[in-house]
Ligand binder design. Sequence first.
Ligand SMILES: Nc1ncnc2c1ncn2[C@@H]1O[C@H](COP(=O)(O)OP(=O)(O)O)[C@@H](O)[C@H]1O
Ligand SMILES: [Mg+2]
Length: 1029
Amino acid sequence: MESTLTARDRVGVQDFVLLENYTSEAAFIENLRRRFGEKLIYTYIGSVLVSVNPYKDLEIYSKAHMERYRGVSFYEISPHIYAVSDNTYRAMRTERRDQCILISGESGAGKTEASKKILQYYATTCPVTDHMSTIRDRLLQSNPVLEAFGNAKTLRNDNSSRFGKYMDVQFDFRGAPIGGHILNYLLEKSRVVHQNHGERNFHIFYQLLEGGEQDQLSKLGLERNAQKYHYLVKGCCPRVSSINDKSDWKTVRKALTVIGFHEEEVEDLLNIIASVLHLGNTQFGEGEDGETQITTEPQLTYLSKLLGVDGPALREALTHKKLTAKGEEMIGPLSFEQAVAARDALAKAVYGRAFTWLVAKINQSLAFKDEVYNSSKGSSSVIGLLDIYGFEVFQHNSFEQFCINYCNEKLQQLFIKLTLKSEQEEYEAEGITWEPVKYFDNKIICDLVEEKHKGFISILDEECLRPGEPSDISFLEKLEDTLGGHAHFVTHKLANGKTRKAVGREEFRLIHYAGEVNYTVNGFLDKNTDLLYRNLKEVICQSDNQILSQCFNREEVTTQKRPETAATQFKNSLAKLIEILMSKEPSYVRCIKPNDAKQSGRFDEALVRHQVKYLGLMENLRVRRAGFAYRRRYEAFLQRYKSLCPGTWPNWQGRLADGVATLVQHLGYKPEEYKLGKTKIFIRFPKTLFTTEDALEARRPALALTLQTSWRGYRERAKYHRIRNAVLVIQSAWRGMKSRRKARRRRHAAEIIRKFIKGFIYRHYERCPENEYFLDHQRFSFLMTLVRNPPKSVLDKSWPVPPPSLTEASEHLCRLCMQNMMRAYCRRIQPEWKKQMEQKVVASQIFQDQKDSYPQSVPKLFVASRLDSEEFNLKVIQTLGNDKVKYGVAVTKYDRRGYKARPRQLLLTSSFAVLVAEAKLKQRIDYAALRSISVSSLTDGFMVLHVPSEDNKQKSDVVLQCDHVIEVVTKLATMADKKNKVNISQDSIKFAVARGKEGVIDFTSGPELKVAKGKKGHLLVTAPQLNPR
Ligand SMILES: Nc1ncnc2c1ncn2[C@@H]1O[C@H](COP(=O)(O)OP(=O)(O)O)[C@@H](O)[C@H]1O
Ligand SMILES: [Mg+2]
């Protein structure tokens, strides 16, 4: 199998054009044989596919194989039926021309199989939608139905098609199958009533008997035994090992449903099949009066039921005939032989017409009905598949073989016309010199058969219609008279010598293009007229069976016109077929049968040689080799291979012919290898093309890379542009939004400013719409200022100025705020500090705004004592006894007289103060005796303690100077409870020196502290000026 998987298989040559010795038939057959031996059943002659029946399932028809052939050029891969299918399909799509595939070959060569493979290929690889899949299924399912009714086992083929079939598959513009149509040709009806030894009737009879349900068979009056039916036992071969009638029946029943047959239609169809079998079993005998009568009553009953006709009428029609003599109708009895013939004719007619009805019914279901598609009908294309009986030669050949072989003559003629002739014509049209190839043109034989008046069919028709007693023998004589002397017609009488022996007396011989065939003249006239007695027709016309009533037209009975003879009908339908095929581009599949025994692996050379000859394959090859193996329009060739030459890559700008010339020069084609025509390049040897293909193959990765790169570039650029555009959109939207927001803010701001200004103008008015905003704002901002910037401490007296409307509230707030802060402050305060504060309060009550040195004293903390305990004299402490010294300070005492300064300690106890010099208590001043205390308003530290002088024991007033005068006075005044007795004098202090005698201290401000004796015995103190009050 490996070899079939590789791109090109190498057994023999895959194209006969590559044969060295192309004129040798032996070489040709040897190539076929070698390839067949390797299971390579397909070989080309140019574009014609030669196929040899393997008689065995090869694994080359899988879906993977189909995919491999899809879209691949013809020469790139090993020959296959799929390559032809694909090529045809692509040609249809790209060139928009209808195509047809002609499959020819003798019976059993594999034509029907080939056509099925092609159909399967399309069904699998073509794009389909849901709707189309129905059509696709029906196309596929039409095969088993037609095969059941139209195929039979013959000696040559277990599944031989006994009718010709041409099938159109319709594709829409997307290449999807959308419909189909079948034309059928000349069903071999004689098989219904007679089969040669070893052959069978049509499959459907056996399928029904084997597969039909018991109920169904009983209804039809049938038994499950083919042996019981006369029409089925003529060939003595009811069973065939390769056929499974039972399962085939199931397939057919399913297929009928898929195609869309109604149950009633199937029933009518089965009634017809059964009635044929009953007809076969209808026997005749002689009555009492010697008349012919039916002896099998039950059959008649079934027949009238199944055919849906009147029983007695049928009985009469089967045993009598109507004659028209001198315008009068008469009924006459039939002889035994005539009755048998009438019965058989009825069976054939009923079956034959039912088959035609079946095809019509299938066509209805395949017809392409969709209205949407109808509008696009113009753009649909068609691929036709012709699977028609091949050339046949039997021991005894009759009318059927004559028709079949005539058909093959016509097809050969078409083949000649389309390939051989058109090949030469093409060379001429392209202006390429050409040596004409001799070939046998079989037109002469076609004319012999079909020419008007003189031809075989005309003579046959004439003889059939002739009044008098025409017979097959008289017809033979007529033929001898008219055609005698024709090179392709011989009879016993006309021949001489050896030939005479070979042709019987009741035979004639036609020398067909494919060989000589002797035909027995017996039965020609009957088969041609296809006679069915009129009274039988009349009875069937009345049938209740819907199919029969459609098949047998009443007009047929009433009209006087003679129906067309079978041969003329066939001739006309063939002419139509040829016309259909001529309008399409053909492809060919030539099928060859390797042996007559249906055996795989056996290659019977003589048999193959015969087929090679009559299929005209050698001629075909000669023409191919004489000419050119390959041709392609310039644009197609250039398009495919332009990447192989820098001059033509990526695009050729000039004339196409020049481009191709440049390309082939670059590729190194030798002059004898190719010719340039007007629109096409012709390449003589496929080898040249293969080399070019190989080069292309080698170049592909690089090309793919380039394509990938540019594709990626394109994709990334597109992506970049997309993103960029998106960014721009976002940006502009964002900017827009921002600007709008800004504008909105500005508008709002302007509004506020406007309101503000207006409000400012109206600020002194009562609240009104003009000023309400302003006033609110004022209030708000005042409150906010307070919130954000409240007074930091109790000492912080800053307070924003309230708007008039909030004056009162502001005051309340201010008070509350202060209270709050004070409360907080008070809560935080320590006992010592409280004491300190109390003293400071006393100091402030006494000195604030009175003495210059007061402000400096405020931040200086008062201390418990200015003298440490060790500075106290122990003696003094002992002297004081229980009176504890609460405060001590160093002072300077000035004598009242003379103002001598003496250092002293002033000690305060709880009830008196003492002046101490060393260990001596100099003076004790009881607080109760202390009248008042005087200090100056300046920055000096003088103080005078006034004590009563009446008391002699007591010394008089004391003049002291101390650095901590405010502290000392405060403490003293507090302890002595003389806060109200502190006098602060502006300029001078008077004091008692002795009884009735006063001293004066004058105070002045000066640059520095100076104490001196002034005039009038005054003490003059100059106090430094600090901050003026
Ligand atoms: N490609 C094939 N592969 C396998 N068997 C085939 C092939 N072609 C034909 N046959 C066999 O040969 C038989 C006859 O083929 P068929 O197509 O019916 O012949 P024809 O239609 O030419 O009379 C088929 O039933 C099948 O068994
Ligand atoms: Mg067939």
